[in-house]
Design a protein around this ligand. Structure first.
Ligand SMILES: CC[C@@H](NC(=O)c1cc2[nH]nc(NC(=O)c3ccc(N4CCN(C)CC4)cc3)c2s1)c1ccccc1
Length: 266
């Protein structure tokens, strides 16, 4: 059985990130000197939001996943205030912050990130897990500029009819989820297309000030591709942002797409 940890086992450093129900701190495990991220979630807030089940699912799912592009959950413990997740430390922080800093990213870098995402998603799909919340805010970057999918708070086992109460951005929700239809792992293909678009252009394809306007554009798959995008980048985005989930390019074909192959680690 895993050794029972507590906050006493760690020198806790500064706050490095924050999200729903709490914050993340950099920390060093005292005996090993190992640097980790401690995600401290307020039990009170979790209970208020009736989110314990969602957290249990996040822990159960992320603890069993082992992939270079999925943030490792190393362990967890709680005291009477916090539920603490011991997570792998991603030293370059949130992808979202890079987007804010640079506006948009170069095609070569985005192509490598999308390839890493496709590898990670095919790994979780083989385990009949869908993430359902792929967006720049949930993606971290480690020291070697590798993407790490974090925050499996919204992941579920397929197929799922579970209503996802849309908190935060709707930009990544596919048409079938907007319409509350049954959905499967192909929702992550749609989100991969939205992610690719947003990283290359700096804005989400269906971005609108109001939710209803965003809904409408998603339902009609109404988006335009800016002129600066290469032909191959446009082709990949178009093949993922398909209304019919069955027409979305499968991950194995994403990895063979010209826009991915041409920037593969040379
Ligand atoms: C993805 C959100 C999620 N976050 C995690 O689980 C997170 C897990 C995890 N592991 N490592 C992280 N690293 C950082 O957050 C980080 C941020 C900035 C950094 N700097 C590097 C130097 N640079 C010059 C400035 C920035 C470095 C690391 C995070 S966040 C979450 C969800 C709920 C509550 C809290 C956090």
């Amino acid at each position: 059985p895993p050794i029972q940890m507590s906050l006493k086992n760690f020198d806790v450093g500064r706050g490095i990130g924050k999200g729903q129900f709490g914050r993340v701190f950099i920390a060093r495990e005292k005996t090993s000197g190992y640097i980790v991220a401690l995600k401290m979630l307020s039990i009170e807030e979790l209970i208020k939001a009736n989110a314990e089940r969602q957290l249990r699912r996040e822990v159960e799912i992320q603890a069993n996943l082992r992939h270079p592009n999925i943030l490792r959950l190393l362990g967890h413990f709680h005291d009477n205030i916090f539920f603490v997740l011991i997570l792998e430390y991603a030293a370059k922080g949130e992808l979202y912050k890079q987007l804010v800093k640079y506006g948009r990213l170069k095609e070569k870098k985005v192509s490598r990130y999308i390839a890493q995402m496709a590898e990670a998603l095919s790994y979780i799909h083989k385990k009949h897990v869908i993430h359902r919340d792929i967006k720049p805010e949930n993606l971290l970057i480690d020291l070697n500029d590798e993407i790490k999918i974090a925050d499996f708070g919204w992941s579920v086992h397929t197929p799922s009819q579970r209503r996802k109460t849309f908190c935060g951005t709707l930009d990544y929700i596919p048409p079938e989820m907007i319409e509350g239809k049954e959905h499967d792992e192909k929702v992550d293909l749609w989100s991969l297309g939205v992610l690719c678009y947003e990283l290359l252009t700096g804005t989400a394809p269906f971005e609108e000030p109001g939710n209803t306007a965003t809904y409408k554009r998603i339902a009609k798959v109404e988006f335009t591709l800016p002129d600066h995008l290469s032909y191959d980048a446009r082709d990949l985005i178009n093949s993922l942002l398909q209304r019919d989930p069955k027409r979305r390019l499968p991950l194995k074909d994403v990895l063979k797409h010209p826009w991915i192959r041409k920037y593969k680690k040379t």
